[in-house]
Design a protein around this ligand. Structure first.
Ligand SMILES: [Zn+2]
Length: 354
């Protein structure tokens, strides 16, 4: 992490809590968690490569920078949003609650130096997840919110446990061209990926693609392959992203923008891991697990699959350490999701009883 964000320990801890969003009651569930954590006994991980980190945050805990021309991005080091200044006001793309009121501060900073309006008139939602749109209500009622029809449907179910997220006023099913103040943004839905409603936000006049929670530039995917709901759709989403014309990539996460090179490294990581999982399925012998646990099928399956994911993850962790940050943290959990998808979506290793 950057020195300035390290200084802001309180917001860093709040951010960590927001990302993992583990309810405090988890601690009560098992004896292993009953003892408070101690920094002395927590595991060590490989150092983060410098290439994973972005620009230093300001004392308020954010960084705002130009992507291209009048398109800007804001980060708190973990989450990202973007905004477009136009002659008729500002179009905001996502409103992560961890950035919160710093979104308007970042917009004010840019608008005053560019001498344009700082008034947010439109908010585009990438998808319905509260960690990306949970601060939308800060911008009041007189804002046009734009999102996929499924985003509206999913937001209408809740959230009941956090700040209300105003529903999109304008929805679309497959494509929508948003025109504001002489600017053009192309929104498209290409099928389910990270969530059923996650959209592609293309800025054809700014050489930029925003696609959230797929490629997190410089970093291994978050726990369990970014908790992607549709694994094959998420893998395809990266190929679809490559069919667009762009130079700058806004992934919704971590401290920097992405490049086409980042996308290539991410895709290689995923395909290497899938190949390694296929080898693990063949190489890890299930016999000892079933011999030990007898009729406790779940114990046998769990320990067998833990052995498969560990076998699959080991060479990938070795290959990508120093290339992608935190591969030693999350590759095994991503391997588990990919293993399940290979089995359940692709039918790998599936045999019909004779
Ligand atoms: Zn998400």
């Amino acid at each position: 992490m950057t020195p300035s964000s390290a200084l802001n320990r309180r917001s860093f801890l709040a951010r960590g809590a927001a990302i993992t969003a583990v309810p405090a009651v988890t601690a009560l569930a098992g004896g292993a968690f009953a003892q408070p954590a101690s920094a002395d006994t927590l595991p060590d991980y490989a150092p983060i490569p410098a290439s994973a980190l972005g620009p230093a945050l300001n004392p308020q805990g954010y960084y705002v920078g130009r992507v291209q021309k009048n398109l800007y991005w804001v980060t708190d080091g973990t989450y990202q949003a973007a905004f477009l200044t136009t002659r008729d006001g500002v179009v905001l793309f996502d409103a992560p609650p961890t950035i919160g009121r710093n979104l308007q501060r970042a917009i004010n900073e840019v608008a005053s130096s560019a001498r344009v309006s700082n008034k947010v008139t439109h908010i585009v939602y990438s998808h319905h997840h509260a960690d990306h749109v949970g601060a939308s209500s800060l911008f009041g009622r007189n804002v046009v919110r734009v999102g996929h029809v499924e985003t509206k449907r999913l937001l209408a179910r809740g959230p009941d446990l956090g700040p209300a997220v105003p529903l999109p006023d304008v929805t679309f099913e497959t494509r929508h061209t948003l025109r504001v103040g002489g600017e053009r943004v192309e929104l498209a839905w290409h099928g389910a990926n990270h969530t059923p409603d996650n959209i592609f936000i293309h800025f054809p006049d700014h050489d930029t693609l925003m696609l959230v929670d797929i490629l997190l530039p410089g970093w291994a995917p978050y726990d369990g392959f970014n908790v992607n709901e549709d694994v094959p759709g998420s893998i395809t989403a990266a190929d679809t992203a490559n069919t667009y014309r762009w130079k700058h990539f806004i992934g919704g996460h971590m401290g920097r923008l992405g490049t086409r090179q980042d996308m290539a490294v991410y895709q290689r990581y995923v395909s290497d891991l899938i190949e390694s999982i296929k080898q693990a399925v063949v190489a890890v012998d299930p016999t000892p697990f079933f011999a030990k646990y007898g009729n406790n099928s779940w114990a046998a399956v769990k320990t067998y699959q833990d052995a498969q994911t560990a076998y699959a993850a080991a060479p990938i962790i070795q290959k990508y350490t120093g290339v992608l940050a935190a591969v030693d943290v999350y590759t095994a959990s991503t391997a588990f999701l990919l293993l399940e998808s290979i089995r359940l979506d692709q039918g790998f290793g599936s045999q019909i009883h004779p």
